[in-house]
Design a protein around this ligand. Structure first.
Ligand code: GLN
Length: 286
């Protein structure tokens, strides 16, 4: 079978299974099997596939048909031009979350600041920030040790010259206690925490449901973790420090009130790629 034919066949199978972007996914999976890029595939589309490659490709197409996302199948996902390792212990980094990094670069991350990322997962946000501003001192936490193993690998591979300090634990409790003096406060706290309402999880697309529930489930209101992050943020921020959060557009009014109650000002939101509010943040003055 030719490469071109394999892509068409894979794409037809995925379409039949109701996958939304069959052609793209088919070529991503074939590129993965052949250890090449999608662009290189186009140039070689009249080459013949070996039987072994063909069998491997069929297997991956079957996995995709059963609802597993391309990122978990290939073990990687691009985020802000960097290739992150992912597995089912971490949420797949979303294009929408790139807006959170952009917001940080716009209003929160100073060249030499100290940054705390909560719920780091694959480490995509922390690594992308450190990649952009190498002088930042970044601490990142996650409650899940298996997620931190992924984040640590990503940081080691993508930032050979810069270190991120990773801590395991529940939100701020993860930070070692010796960090609690005023010189150890952060200029930016950033997080894409779990924010989906518990009862909505089972209605999410099959592939999202294969992601770790702990990274998605924000409790009854969806705001359980966000409330805790906002409540304790003032203890960890310098004067004029910034808190930035990803959330659902429907949660923004509530989050704005929570921020105001805690003394945050200059509260601003940022829209995602579909024009919905996806990121909110503000500054804190003691
Ligand atoms: N944006 C993700 C989704 O809709 C949710 C991410 C999260 O809960 N932090 O699937």
């Amino acid at each position: 079978m030719l490469i071109r034919e394999a892509i068409v066949q894979g794409s037809a199978d995925l379409k039949f299974a109701g996958i939304e972007s069959p052609r793209l996914d088919s070529s991503l999976l074939l590129a993965h099997v052949l250890k090449t890029t999608r662009t290189a595939l186009v140039a070689a589309d009249t080459d013949t596939l070996s039987e072994k490659a063909c069998a491997e490709f069929c297997e991956l197409i079957e996995r995709r048909c059963s609802g597993e996302c391309v990122a978990y199948i290939t073990g990687k996902k691009e985020f802000r031009g960097l290739e992150f390792e992912v597995n089912p212990f971490v949420l797949v980094p979303r294009p929408d979350t790139e807006i959170l990094v952009e917001a940080a670069l716009e209003i929160g991350a100073e060249d030499q600041g100290r940054v705390l990322e909560l719920c780091t997962g694959s480490g995509a946000i922390a690594v992308a920030l450190k990649y952009e501003l190498p002088k930042l001192e970044i601490h990142a936490t996650d409650i899940c040790p298996n997620a931190l193993a992924v984040a640590t690998q990503n940081a080691a591979r993508l930032l050979p010259h810069g270190k991120i300090q990773f801590y395991q634990g529940d939100l701020y409790n993860a930070i070692p206690t010796q960090s609690f003096d005023s010189s150890q406060l952060y200029s930016l706290i950033i997080s894409n925490p779990p924010y989906i309402q518990s009862h909505k999880i089972e209605k999410l697309p099959a592939e999202v449901q294969k992601e770790p529930r702990i990274a998605l489930d924000g409790g009854f209101s969806g705001l359980d973790i966000i409330e805790r992050i906002i409540e304790q943020a003032p203890d960890h921020l310098v004067n004029g420090g910034t808190l930035l959060l990803e959330a659902d557009s429907e949660q923004m009014d509530n989050i704005k009130s929570l921020l105001e109650q805690k003394g945050f000002f200059s509260i601003k939101s940022f829209n995602d790629l579909s024009g919905l509010e996806r990121v909110i943040g503000g500054k804190f003055e003691k």
